[in-house]
Design a protein around this ligand. Structure first.
Ligand SMILES: [Zn+2]
Length: 112
């Protein structure tokens, strides 16, 4: 729900880069015979997951700062939210935050 999946193309490139990075810094050649292959896959998946979460956040919120629209909690409407963690600091709901357009006009008029 809170991640944007990489395309197959991107994932394959990412995997190549990831293996190359490990090998560049001394990990022996990575294939399914590698004695730590399961751990390497585990690390790869965790990093891929992190990237996908970041992509999702960028897509979700990239338009907000441009418009000067504040963010609020979907659950309680509070603006006391952590956009990075997608978390409401008032009610602790993690259902997500959205652009709060209730006072958009006021914000626009005071920002110029
Ligand atoms: Zn809330």
């Amino acid at each position: 729900m809170t991640a944007k999946e990489m395309s197959d193309d991107n994932f394959i490139k990412f995997q190549d880069d990831f293996y190359n990075l490990l090998e560049k810094y001394g990990v022996s050649s990575i294939d399914c015979e590698h004695e730590e292959f399961a751990e390497i896959i585990n690390l790869r998946n965790r990093i891929a997951e992190f990237i996908e979460q970041e992509l999702y956040k960028q897509e979700e919120y990239s338009y907000c700062p441009m418009l000067g629209v504040p963010l609020c909690c979907i659950s309680c409407g509070s603006r006391n939210v952590d956009a990075q963690k997608d978390l409401c600091l008032d009610c602790d709901a993690d259902e997500g935050i959205c652009a709060d357009e209730r006072e958009e006009m006021k914000d626009v008029s005071t920002s110029s």
